[in-house]
Design a protein around this ligand. Structure first.
Ligand code: ARG
Length: 424
């Protein structure tokens, strides 16, 4: 049973980004709930200066601030399992925002418990996926915490927020003038709102940042080699890099060529379709490389079965169900398939695309001796004839039975001819 929520909270930990929504949330929480506010920023590799944003939070009324550097955890605990699962929602979105939410929510819950706060707060609206991801994660990990969502409760639009900020003398970033809502982390940028809401019109160039200007993408293609060990990328062009540096390097290398721009009409968990724009250069390039390596080293039946698991994993991440036994089980299955996903993939970056053009592995299942069309082939071609007869037998039988039955209905003919006889 859900009891009526008290209209006060003594101490709230707010997931604070420094943007307009979470900046106005500080005075609003104090006014409406009489709370002390701790502003928490979780560094998942977003650009921009979080410590400066936290100083502003103090000037805007927060009692305390906390900055958690979660970049390495983000890559190792969230991005790497997603990469191993070739995770793309609806086959196109690398889940950059979706993957960061459970980590931010977990950090929020931990901080709240540490500070003996009675509530957490986030800046999500009531129309998106992010509220689902935050709330489900908090309910799962720390059900005793109340969840306050100023923007959702309050129902203010952007103009109202700007007026509220001015009336309260808040210091907000100049970039809050931007008509777009941007979410950023190591795995990509999500850009929504403003002119993008018209799905009929191309996204204006100005929404892109990591992929520069299309007119300036290099005319010449560039090759980049990504080394993998057990499904995890470990090197770029032979140089070993730690996980965070590797993702950054791939964002830079692929972003320069415009790789990873995504323009998609997406189905949200809350039942609406919306036009979504992303740029995820590193993610798109790494996903392409990983997928290409799997095709070389995994057997056909495993590839096919795993594609279904990958898809389920992707849906579940999108739907905010990270902290679930099903995600853990799917992830364990995926991990068990990666032992041989070791090798190197050559990607060709050019004018917005990243394509695998070479792949090598000590576990390669590609046998030149079997596949070659030259006389060096050891493939036993004579065995193919019998194989093909048995392989096609079910269809042959079905076809013959139906043909005979149809003939029987019209011409009242004899029993069907023996199927195998027809094969001789
Ligand atoms: N549609 C994406 C998702 O649900 C991106 C959400 C972006 N959030 C934002 N505040 N701009 O994962």
């Amino acid at each position: 049973m859900v009891a009526a929520e008290p209209k006060s909270a003594s101490h709230v930990v707010l997931a604070y980004s420094g943007g307009l929504d979470t900046s106005v949330a500080i005075p609003w929480l104090k006014e409406h709930y009489g709370s002390l506010v701790t502003a928490l920023s979780v560094d998942v590799g977003q650009e921009g200066e979080l410590s400066g944003a936290l100083d502003r939070a103090l000037r805007n009324g927060a009692e305390a601030t906390k900055l958690v550097d979660a970049k390495q955890t983000f890559v190792e605990e969230f991005l790497w399992p997603a990469l191993r699962a070739n995770a793309l929602y609806q086959g196109i979105y690398p889940l950059s925002t979706a993957l960061a939410r459970p980590l931010i929510a977990r950090t929020l819950a931990e901080t709240a418990l540490e500070h003996r706060a009675d509530a957490v707060a986030h800046g999500c609206t009531g129309k998106g996926n992010d509220q689902v991801r935050f709330d489900v994660a908090i309910h799962t990990l720390a059900p005793e915490l109340r969840i306050l969502a100023p923007v959702r409760e309050w129902n203010m639009n952007r103009d109202d927020e700007i007026r509220y900020a001015q009336a309260h003398g808040l210091e907000v970033r100049v970039t809050t003038d931007s008509p777009y809502s941007v979410d950023e982390n190591l795995w990509g940028r999500s850009i929504e709102g403003g002119r993008l809401e018209d799905a009929g019109r191309p996204a204006p160039e100005e929404v892109y940042d990591w992929t520069g200007r299309a007119s300036e993408w290099p005319r010449e293609p560039e090759l980049v080699k990504v080394g993998f060990v057990e499904g995890l990328p470990v090197s770029v062009d032979g140089k070993a890099l730690d996980p965070v540096a590797l993702v950054r390097e791939m964002n830079r290398r692929a972003g320069r060529h415009g790789v990873g721009r995504i323009d998609h009409v997406e189905d949200r968990v809350v039942g609406i379709k919306s036009r979504e724009t992303y740029e995820c250069p590193g993610a798109v390039a790494l996903l392409e490389a990983h997928r290409a390596l799997e095709t070389l080293v995994l057997p056909r039946d495993l590839l096919s079965f795993k594609a279904g698991v990958d898809r389920r994993f992707s849906d579940l991440v999108y739907e905010g169900l990270w902290f679930s036994p099903l995600r853990e089980a799917l992830q364990a299955f995926v991990a068990s398939t990666q032992e041989t996903v070791t090798g190197e993939v050559t990607l060709r970056l050019h004018q917005g695309s990243a394509r695998a053009v070479g792949r090598v592995s000590e576990y390669s299942l590609l046998s030149h001796e079997l596949a070659t069309y030259t006389t060096a082939s050891s493939f036993p071609q004579e065995l193919a004839v019998g194989f093909i007869h048995l392989y096609g037998l079910p269809n042959q039988l079905a076809h013959a039975r139906r043909a005979a039955a149809r003939a029987g209905r019209t011409a009242n003919s004899d029993a069907p001819r023996p199927v195998l006889e027809a094969a001789r």
